[in-house]
Design a protein around this ligand. Structure first.
Ligand SMILES: Cc1cc2nc3c(=O)[nH]c(=O)nc-3n(C[C@H](O)[C@H](O)[C@H](O)COP(=O)(O)OP(=O)(O)OC[C@H]3O[C@@H](n4cnc5c(N)ncnc54)[C@H](O)[C@@H]3O)c2cc1C
Length: 453
């Protein structure tokens, strides 16, 4: 079997690693990974590459949008499951954030809650640069396995899918894995140009900005190993430690509601500072004021999500991660859901390929690919829909509030939600159960037993 993975991000490379682990006779298959962006450190302020300033480039690559991410315990466990080396490297390079601190713009601390999953050994949220996770995956997969060629189209009309490259080359395969992010070329091929608008990513009415500053990590973080989220009448502001303490990598982000997609994603640092001062300049936390003073970044990112797709692939192609279901960057689950997709799909594919290769079976690899894509969607789509809906419930935390009574009601709401689990469950669902008890292996086993094939 020949598989072409389009995109060497979280879903593409974790799929490569998981297939290497579970696909029978892995060496007898050809698995090629194509990536359009050459590795580089995130573009620092003042050195913007104008070719990356188009809106379409805004979120389509981890190399372009820097910022920090927090991998929740369910995602951290999956790293270990996929490849223990991945887990070790990631944990050593990130910062284990054992608690979330919730604060108000007026300086009150509303709650400090554990990020731990209460399992043994307990895992906690790990924060790191978004680019750092990408780098760990590249290292474990091996740079020699990734080919830097941009895919411009996939032709699914023939007997086999044909991948077309920007350099004019073409290559066929038995399966094309669309792990090419929010503006997926593979998605376009699956649904056709006529549906491009219908299934295009939607702007959620919010934007974010964020980067890193090189300062001593503040006590607000080190005291309780915390990620700090502050809410106020003009949006939200967060900060975390994104690397081991001596590296002084303080990650920060600011989210705000705005009805229109900004017309530029590359903005002058001083303009961003002005906007941050306008939104957060009166907020009481001195750490926020220090970040605003020292920060340099030139990139804002609108928050996109994918509308519900009717499937994630049928014959010869499948979509994984952000290509199938971009979640709000504010959901804190995008990378985790990409990892879950990779594991689920790889387990299904290896089951069906084994079946097809069992002598005497008239079941073909093509049928196996089709059933794997179908199974992935049936197992994973309801979960994605729940997570996206919950993240939308939390939009309230980024809305502009113009009245002090409403502002205090809003703080009360956050206080109740973060301090009283029953109220929390009403607002955001049973997050613990939803995230930490979800097990890809069990889900696939149960699915296959019920399907009887
Ligand atoms: C600012 C921000 C903060 C976030 N914070 C969090 C967080 O705290 N926790 C969390 O879990 N998630 C977070 N996310 C989401 C998370 O980063 C994504 O969900 C995750 O990266 C999705 O992985 P992916 O592999 O599907 O897509 P991507 O990471 O986007 O990877 C797609 C890859 O495909 C490549 N590619 C695209 N088009 C082509 C083409 N035509 N040819 C070849 N290659 C191509 C791209 O260059 C890229 O390397 C955040 C996202 C953003 C933008």
């Amino acid at each position: 079997m020949k598989i072409i993975i389009v995109g060497a991000g979280v879903s593409g490379l974790s799929t490569y690693l998981q297939l290497r682990k579970v696909l029978p006779a892995f060496e007898s298959h050809t698995i090629l990974v194509y990536e359009s962006q050459k590795p580089r450190e995130p573009v620092p302020s003042g050195t913007s590459n104008p070719s990356l300033s188009k809106l379409a480039d805004l979120t389509d690559s981890t190399t372009v949008v820097g910022n920090s991410i927090g991998l929740a315990p369910n995602s951290v466990r999956l790293l270990k499951y996929i490849d223990p080396r991945l887990y070790e490297i990631f944990k050593a390079r990130g910062y284990v954030s054992q608690t979330y601190t919730f604060k108000t713009a007026r300086g009150h601390t509303l709650a400090v809650t554990s990020t731990g999953d209460k399992r043994s050994p307990e895992e906690y949220t790990i924060s790191c640069p978004r680019y750092g996770l990408w780098k760990c995956l590249h290292e474990v997969v091996g740079e020699d396995k990734i080919k830097y060629r941009k895919v411009v189209d996939v032709d699914l009309s023939g007997a086999k899918p044909v991948v077309k490259f920007a350099d004019g080359g073409e290559e066929d395969a038995d399966l094309v894995v669309g792990a090419d992010g929010v503006r997926s070329v593979v998605k376009k091929a699956i649904f056709g140009e006529e549906n491009e608008r219908k299934y295009a990513p939607r702007y959620e009415g919010f934007c974010g900005v964020g980067a890193f500053v090189d300062v001593e990590i503040p006590e607000a973080i080190t005291k309780q190993k915390s990620m700090v989220f502050t809410f106020g009448p003009t949006g939200s502001f967060g900060y975390c430690c994104a690397a081991p303490l001596p590296q002084r990598k303080l990650g920060w982000w600011s989210n705000w509601g705005t009805p229109n997609v900004p017309d530029r994603n590359v903005v002058d640092t001083e303009e961003i500072r002005k906007q941050l001062q306008e939104r957060h300049g009166t907020w009481k936390d001195p750490v926020i004021q220090n970040i605003i003073e020292k920060m340099t970044t030139d990139r804002v990112y609108p928050i996109w999500t994918t509308p519900n797709l009717p499937h994630w692939g049928e014959t010869g192609a499948v979509l994984l991660g952000d290509a199938a279901h971009t979640l709000q960057a504010t959901s804190g689950q995008g990378a985790g859901q990409a990892l879950e997709d990779s594991v689920t799909f790889s387990l299904l594919l290896s089951h069906y390929v084994t079946k097809a290769e069992t002598s005497g079976s008239d079941f073909t690899v093509e049928e196996g690919i089709k059933l794997s894509a179908k199974g992935l969607y049936e197992i994973r789509n309801p979960r994605f829909a729940t997570i996206r809906a919950r993240a939308r419930n939390l939009y309230v935390t980024n809305k502009r509030v113009n009245n002090i009574i409403v502002e205090y009601m809003f703080y009360c709401f956050i206080y109740l939600w973060t301090n009283f689990p029953i109220i929390g469950k009403l607002v955001v669902g049973n997050v613990f159960k939803e995230f930490d008890e979800w097990n890809a292996e069990e889900q696939v086993k149960e699915y296959l037993e019920n399907k009887d094939h």
